[in-house]
Design a binder for this molecule. Structure first.
Ligand SMILES: Nc1nc2c(c(=O)[nH]1)N(C=O)[C@@H](CNc1ccc(C(=O)N[C@@H](CCC(=O)O)C(=O)O)cc1)CN2
Ligand SMILES: Nc1nc2c(ncn2[C@@H]2O[C@H](COP(=O)(O)OP(=O)(O)OP(=O)(O)O)[C@@H](O)[C@H]2O)c(=O)[nH]1
Ligand SMILES: [Mg+2]
Length: 463
């Protein structure tokens, strides 16, 4: 089924970037609107060309017939399109001014400016994708690394939806069994049978939801990047470390202590783990911060981090500053890096090992590019224990999905507890139905319209 909508238009490519910019139209009037502003070879009418073809020509202002832009126009007839509606894509030469003029022209011919996410919303409302797939489109745009992208892609292809549908099916089967029980209350073994089915299937559903939730921590990390802060005294090699992990020279490295003055932030992909890597100048000067800003502030910056890379200098003794850093990061996920192993050892490795009892410890010579592999390995294993390599799992990375899964878990647990203590099955049925409804919200089956509007408005314009 396809819902009737007006025709929308938007610039679907980044503003002011790129060599080609696309003005996209979707809706029943797309073709006729396009025909009013498009002048192709001969008298070519876009309404008459075969679907899924592209055509060279010009966009003109129909009032004056002046040429605005030289274009290629893709013509895609619904329902075999992204939105399931008739879609026109006008490929322009980029450049803000002309693209905007093309957009203004189609708006003047009757198209309405699309809201953020409205194309994808239509794909959803017209039944081409479900809600979690639509959200995955949004994640995909934001995906920072290949692996985050794979997770988003997996979701887009409906991995999560498939699993959620399966779980809902299981619940429906329990509910059906309950109905049998209600219809034939006089048979004792039906009651017994119902309880058995109920316990078995509910326990299975609970297990699956728990498993999904276990992946959510990784999912979030994949989406947002692991907030990673590099700390260490001046000149130990913090910026060198950032550069090694990024595999290019982003931060300035010199032998002058205090080189890094601004916070440098980089997204890097370490064996599939996306890091939002922060090379700070502020945290470095622990003593100064204690004096100037106070311990609290420096603690806060560190506390927000998911991972700390604490760098020490192999060729210098451990100083009070180093020890204080260990105290500050106590209880966090820390990898201790003893750098400059190419220089003669001065540092007391025994004390380092004692201080690092709770942490992973690697030695590097960033100058000689030694130890970086071990470090990357340590980062990856710390967060995935190699499990992401399995590849086939469904990761939940969307906070709305996570919240709903928590609610579903609660509901199914109540059902199981009820069954365990001998609550009448028609009472347990209520919790089961609730679980079914909550799971339905994930794929947009039982979701309210206001929520849908809010979700799609988070998209960028033109998507
Ligand atoms: N130029 C352009 N590139 C784009 C998009 C777009 O809208 N325009 N997309 C937008 O995000 C993405 C592609 N997503 C799409 C997904 C489905 C269909 C589509 O037509 N689906 C039909 C099957 C088509 C066929 O069988 O040939 C369908 O599901 O019925 C099109 C684009 C990324 N690249
Ligand atoms: N010998 C040796 N020198 C290194 C090594 N790693 C970094 N260096 C040098 O140490 C100096 C300081 O490196 P940076 O990466 O700028 O250190 P930093 O911790 O960012 O310094 P600040 O930003 O000043 O706090 C530079 O001259 C680097 O080339 C190493 O493994 N061995
Ligand atoms: Mg630096």
């Amino acid at each position: 089924m396809r819902v009737e909508f007006d025709t929308i238009a938007a610039i679907s490519t980044p503003m002011g970037e790129g060599a080609i910019a696309i003005v996209r139209l979707s809706g029943d009037e797309s073709f006729s609107i396009a025909d009013r502003v498009f002048r192709g070879m001969g008298d070519k009418q876009l309404q008459a060309v075969p679907s899924h073809t592209i055509h060279y020509g010009h966009i003109v202002d129909p009032a004056t017939e002046t040429i605005v832009e030289e274009v290629m126009v893709s013509v895609m007839r619904g329902p075999k399109t992204f939105t399931r509606e008739d879609v026109i894509e006008i490929n322009c030469h980029g450049g803000l001014v002309t693209v905007n003029r093309v957009l203004q022209l189609v708006l003047r011919q009757g198209a309405r400016l699309a809201e953020p996410g409205e194309f994808t919303k239509r794909a959803f409302l017209n039944g081409r994708i479900d809600l979690s797939q639509a959200e995955a489109v949004m994640d995909l745009i934001r995906a920072k690394t290949d692996r985050a992208m794979n997770v988003a892609m997996g979701q887009m292809e409906g991995k999560l939806s498939k699993l959620v549908k399966l779980l809902r099916q299981e619940i429906l089967e329990i509910l059906a069994q309950v109905e049998v029980n209600i219809d034939y209350p006089e048979y004792d073994d039906v009651e017994e049978m119902t309880l058995k089915v109920m316990m078995e299937k509910s326990t299975y559903v609970r297990g699956q939801i728990e498993k999904l939730l276990e992946t959510s921590e990784q999912g979030k990390i994949l989406r947002e990047g692991l907030s990673t802060v590099i700390v260490g005294r001046p000149n130990v090699g913090k910026s060198s470390l950032l550069n090694s992990l990024v595999h290019e020279n982003k931060a300035i490295v010199t032998d002058v202590p205090g080189t890094t003055r601004d916070v440098i932030e980089e997204y890097v992909n370490v064996r599939g783990v996306p890091l939002r890597l922060v090379d700070t100048a502020g945290i470095r000067e622990t003593e100064d911060i204690v004096e100037r800003i106070g311990v609290e502030r420096s603690r806060k910056v560190l506390k927000d981090a998911d991972l700390i890379l604490l760098v020490l200098n192999h060729s210098e003794p451990l100083l009070e500053e180093d020890r204080r850093l260990f105290e500050t990061v106590n209880g966090m996920d820390v990898i201790v890096i003893v750098n400059k192993t190419d220089l003669e050892r001065v540092i007391d490795m025994k004390e380092v090992q004692e201080l690092s009892a709770q942490h992973r410890l690697v030695t590097t010579s960033l100058l000689k590019e030694q130890g970086v592999d071990e470090l990357e390995e340590a980062i990856a294993s710390l967060f995935f224990e190699g499990s992401l390599e399995a590849g086939d799992m469904t990761y939940v990375s969307n906070s709305r999905h996570i919240a709903l899964l928590h609610l579903a878990l609660q509901a199914i647990e109540e059902a199981i507890q009820g069954a365990e203590i001998g609550t009448p099955v028609d009472m347990v049925q209520i919790d089961l139905r609730r679980t079914w409804e909550i799971l339905g919200e994930i794929i947009g089956d039982t979701v309210q319209e206001s929520l849908i509007d809010q979700l799609f408005s988070q998209f960028c314009l033109g998507k």
